[in-house]
Design a protein around this ligand. Sequence first.
Ligand SMILES: CCCCC/C=C\C/C=C\C/C=C\C/C=C\C/C=C\C=C\C(=O)SCCNC(=O)CCNC(=O)[C@H](O)C(C)(C)COP(=O)(O)OP(=O)(O)OC[C@H]1O[C@@H](n2cnc3c(N)ncnc32)[C@H](O)[C@@H]1OP(=O)(O)O
Ligand SMILES: Cc1cc2nc3c(=O)[nH]c(=O)nc-3n(C[C@H](O)[C@H](O)[C@H](O)COP(=O)(O)OP(=O)(O)OC[C@H]3O[C@@H](n4cnc5c(N)ncnc54)[C@H](O)[C@@H]3O)c2cc1C
Length: 663
Amino acid sequence: MEGVDYLRDERKKSEFDVEAMKVAWAGSREAFQVSDRMAKLVANDPVFEKFSKPTLGRKEMFKNTLRKAAYAWKLINDLHLTEEEAKWLRHYIDEPNYTDLQWEMFVPALEGQGSEEQKRKWLPLAQTMQIIGTYAQTELAHGSNVQGLETTATFDHETDQFVIHSPTLTSSKWWPGGMAKVATHAIVYARLIIDGHFYGVHGFIVQLRSLEDHSTLPGITVGDIGMKFGHGAYNTMDNGVLRFDRVRIPRNQMLMRVSQVTKEGKYVQSDVPRQLAYGTMVSVRQTIVSDASKALSRAVCIATRYSAIRRQFGSHDGGPETQVIDYKTQQSRLFPLLASAFAFRFVSEWLKSLQTDVKQRLEAKDFSTLPEAHACTAGLKSLTTAATADGIEECRKLCGGHGYLISSGLPELYAYYVPACTYEGENVVMMLQVARFLVKTVSEMSYKQPVGTADYLGRMAPLMHNNCDVQTAEDWLNPSAIVKAFETRAVRMIVDCSQRIAKFENQEEGFAELSTDLVEASLAHCQLIVVSTFIQRLKQEIPGKGVKQSLEVLCYVYALYLLHKHQGDFLATGYLTSKQASLANDQLKTLYSKVRPNAIALVDSFNHTDHYLSSVLGRYDGNVYPKLYEAARKDPLNDSDIADGINQYVQPILKQKLHLAKL
Ligand SMILES: CCCCC/C=C\C/C=C\C/C=C\C/C=C\C/C=C\C=C\C(=O)SCCNC(=O)CCNC(=O)[C@H](O)C(C)(C)COP(=O)(O)OP(=O)(O)OC[C@H]1O[C@@H](n2cnc3c(N)ncnc32)[C@H](O)[C@@H]1OP(=O)(O)O
Ligand SMILES: Cc1cc2nc3c(=O)[nH]c(=O)nc-3n(C[C@H](O)[C@H](O)[C@H](O)COP(=O)(O)OP(=O)(O)OC[C@H]3O[C@@H](n4cnc5c(N)ncnc54)[C@H](O)[C@@H]3O)c2cc1C
């Protein structure tokens, strides 16, 4: 039997309706259809071919990406694609490039932070790509601490302009995507100075390059920051360095929704919180959570298909060896990641709806849910990206030696994905933001009832004193037992930290001293959100034979895997006995055996094309070995029998007639 037959047999074992699961994964039939149509459009167009990328040099790779982006823009216009379709098209092209910054950051920054007048002027230009923008916030010496940025924007009364300046080397903008070679404009974050007074960091629209010949404008020095981790991955993007030498822009190019500077040089803070200036980061963090489920599902799809094809040991009487997916150790590493992909998918949907709600409230000048939205996006961004980056690497290991080949698709995926732990808010820094929110919520509870994702803190009294009543492994198959365990763990960890901070005379000092515990407490809170969201999703109608049942199994796998992994927390907070923790682990093993027959069908439900996976190991048809061989033969080193350099550097060594004694 060949891999092709193995996967065919695996698909026959499925206990649920795969087509219906595809819809559940996508969120709706319409969402599925749009994503499916765009995936096929990209997969079937030779312009979007990706297999040659690993052999290209940086310049060729960059140019090739520009070519694809231009062609994609043509398709978007020629085919009159909707915004949603265009988003999926870019996603499936699968190469980071300047358009990510244009659509994910530049346009949202204009939308979220521009005044109505500014939006009327700049949005049509950006939306039709007459200008190409980037988001220039981070500097050489300042990233996480936005208030610490050094670039200055000084108001000049006489000319009614701002003077944008980089006073030091360390104030150079450093990292913005698309900035080195493509962007014509940037939203530059700089410290506003009026008459010698500092008014905090604000965004300014600054033109970098001529719209005539693309040359850099006077006063602007811009370039690429150099190659990044991994070969292809992020090196298709021109992350840039940028310095300003007293560049002048009109006053009306400061983003003026949150605060304004008048012609007279008066700083006016409108009635919206200053944190709205951070709004672009909040909206992108939500996109990043959604991206996590895509990247993890991609790695899991590859590792699961390959695990069903790969066989090692266990052959009896000359029969086939055991499929590695049947080893319990393989299952215990793989299936939690499969479950996590679904969990992240559902929590990202929920986060999107939370964002929509917050946006509507902001329109109505209701800012009450902003802190919670910030904590959720920051925390879930941190949780999902960390788990996904680790998960991709685990999937690589699950594929043994072949996982290390570029043709497995996993090394490039990892290299592309891992900076997600850093960009848009470094993960630990983000978890500390969650901690601030939680500690503050606890401290305000005497007069303010916690709501939303923090509402369980309002049930602190019972949660502090309850004990788990699970007696058998089956008792763990109960959503309320699970939620109660996660709530209790989180509440006890948060309260413990809050009480210890309260003992410090200086609360900030206490916060800093306890920061490692606070990060763990924040993680517990965020895991509770993911677990509860999964459970809530299962309360909704989910059509299709066996779909809901399969998702229930995955939901329990996700929750009990976390419970097992963090059992130290659950035991230390005194909610569980070691016997109950051990019962959870027993149940987890039983659940793995329920996932096993459905594993291939579950990864098929992601509906990933072979083009998107770009993995010989993860091919839909399972024809792994012949295609691995074929991919290897295509390596440039195999172009000729005698490689360049052999005659020059190897032959002389082979031909020298040295006697051993002379060595
Ligand atoms: C191979 C395939 C590839 C395919 C690729 C295809 C497609 C990709 C598609 C999609 C992916 C999407 C996008 C990503 C893509 C690529 C990455 C590209 C770009 C990356 C860009 C960037 O990284 S931009 C730079 C990001 N920088 C940061 O995130 C900086 C982080 N720092 C901060 O946010 C802040 O400095 C801070 C929050 C850490 C601290 O701020 P500060 O003002 O000092 O605040 P305080 O701590 O004093 O808090 C004050 C109060 O404000 C509250 N608060 C803070 N932030 C917010 C907020 N955002 N909203 C609301 N409230 C906030 C805080 O809680 C405090 O409140 P209290 O006073 O009540 O305590
Ligand atoms: C691929 C990529 C693309 C990017 N694109 C852009 C872009 O388009 N535009 C843009 O403006 N920026 C961009 N960035 C920059 C990115 O946003 C920053 O790198 C990120 O915000 C982290 O900041 P930093 O580099 O200053 O890290 P640092 O904050 O210096 O982190 C270094 C270490 O210090 C720790 N640390 C920092 N502060 C604290 C604290 N208060 N408490 C405890 N520990 C702390 C961190 O946990 C980390 O371990 C990009 C970065 C990458 C990698």
